[in-house]
Ligand binder design. Structure first.
Ligand code: ATP
Ligand code: MG
Length: 427
């Protein structure tokens, strides 16, 4: 019998992993320059943490969580996002008592029971950042500019930065009632789901992907017009800082995003070309000044983002993976195989990647495989080479060969790998 993978959960095989490494290391490299440090939190948290922080009437909590019951009434959930767990870790470890300003990043799998499609999976990977203890708006602008820098470094140039502000509690309350009043007479035009949220969480209607809801909200009032006092100053400060940086952005008053914990600044980075369709949001984030307090901690302003690594890899499809140069070691005959084992070990100890083909195949078939793997060099050892303590080194692109003494091997192969071009694609 064959086991199928769990729906919406994918394997990542070695031939794809180079692109993952490159993306992840670019992320680590960029955020380290801004002095973010990595936090690793558990994949499981108490369900209540997500319900409290993400919000009861959000898609994630209503229908996307993988939740299971443990004895004694305990309920655990596979993390659907990283912000709640990071905030919990920040509190658990009393980080606020050691440092007034904290910058964290994370990288890892998240789990949501959604309908799988291109760019949307049940296990997917996010990289994200959180800053605790800075009210902004300079840090908000700096974060957006860092994201644009990151996307350029990984070869995604067609991103648009969309921003909005949903103000604080008071502004949101004013806006909620204005929006409900606007939508009530249009209730019949809305999707059933939006209609059911009209009274409980009307902001969510703005975030709906249903065409009926999209049409109904085109003329909706703008929350930006309702910002007052410090909310307005914060918003204007963000725009001024982005202008000072020269970071291009689009103001989108309809941008609300799917989680409840946000306040003031909200943003999304979208891919504008490529075939991601409705899954073109590469990154989403915003400010969540009230969350740490609502989880029982001190009043701590915070801002963060998360981006979907699968979607970025789809958007960056044109970027080729760099291949680490390596050689194939092809021994002919029993005694050559035993010599080759030690030769391969010594080469590897010198930092050279070696693919030892010890299956006893013919020279022709080993050379064919070395070509197919796009190895730079193939090292051939037969009985006569063993007797003379040498190997034949074949340059697969240049079609030349040279004899190298075993004693000179690691140094000579290291030089050749550094200078020999890899065979052209498809050669
Ligand atoms: P969407 O509107 O596409 O469902 P979201 O608002 O639910 O996205 P967030 O919770 O803000 O997404 O997550 C941040 C990023 O994580 C998204 O912009 C996206 O790139 C990625 N992401 C979210 N859910 C998935 C998923 N199921 N599969 C792959 N990537 C995802
Ligand atoms: Mg979603």
């Amino acid at each position: 019998m064959q086991y199928a993978p769990v729906k919406g959960m994918n394997d990542i095989l070695p031939d794809e992993i180079d692109r993952w490494y490159r993306l992840e290391s670019a992320f680590r490299r960029v955020v380290s320059r801004y002095r973010y440090g990595e936090v690793r939190t558990p994949l499981l948290e108490h369900t209540e943490l997500f319900v409290r922080s993400i919000g009861e009437t959000t898609d994630v909590v209503e229908k996307e969580m993988f939740t299971f019951a443990r004895p004694k009434g305990e309920s655990l959930t596979m993390r659907p996002e990283g912000t709640a767990g990071a905030a919990r870790a920040y509190l658990t470890n009393k980080v606020q008592s050691r440092e007034p300003l904290t910058r964290w990043y994370y990288l890892g799998p998240m789990f949501r029971a959604e309908q799988p499609q291109r760019g949307r999976y049940r296990q997917f990977h996010q990289a994200g950042c959180e800053v605790y203890g800075d009210l902004g708006p300079l840090v908000d602008a700096e974060m957006l500019d860092m994201l644009v820098t990151f996307f350029h470094e990984v070869g995604v140039f067609d991103v648009e930065v969309c921003i909005n502000s949903i103000g604080g509690e008071a502004a949101r309350a004013r806006y909620r009632s204005a929006l409900t009043e606007f939508l009530r007479p249009r209730a019949q035009e809305l999707s059933e789901h939006a209609r059911s949220r009209l009274e409980t969480n009307p902001l969510r209607v703005l975030d709906s992907k249903d065409a009926r809801d999209r049409a109904a909200v085109t003329e909706a009032p703008s929350i930006l017009e309702m910002l007052e006092g410090e909310d307005r100053q914060h918003w204007e400060g963000l725009l001024t800082a982005l202008d000072a940086l020269g970071t291009p952005y689009l103001v989108r008053p309809g941008l609300v995003r799917g989680l409840d914990y946000y306040s003031r600044t909200l943003f999304e980075l979208n891919a504008t070309s490529g075939e991601l369709g409705a899954q073109n949001t590469l990154c989403g984030g915003g400010r969540y000044d009230g969350m740490v307090k609502s989880l029982g901690g001190p009043d701590t302003p915070a801002i963060g983002f998360a981006m979907g690594l699968e979607r970025i890899l789809l958007a960056a499809a044109a970027v080729p993976a760099a291949k680490t140069p390596f050689c194939v070691l092809a021994p002919l005959g029993r005694s050559a195989q035993l010599t080759a084992l030690a030769v391969a070990r010594d080469l590897r100890a010198a930092g050279i990647a070696v693919d030892l083909d010890g299956r006893g195949n013919s020279l022709k078939s080993m050379l064919r495989r070395a070509d197919a793997l796009r190895a730079r060099l193939c090292l051939v050892i037969g009985d006569s080479e063993v007797a003379r303590a040498v190997v034949q080194v074949k340059d697969l692109a240049g079609h030349s060969a040279a004899e190298v003494a075993l004693g000179d091997l690691p140094g000579r192969i290291g030089e050749l790998l550094a200078t020999t071009p890899s065979p052209p694609e498809g050669a």
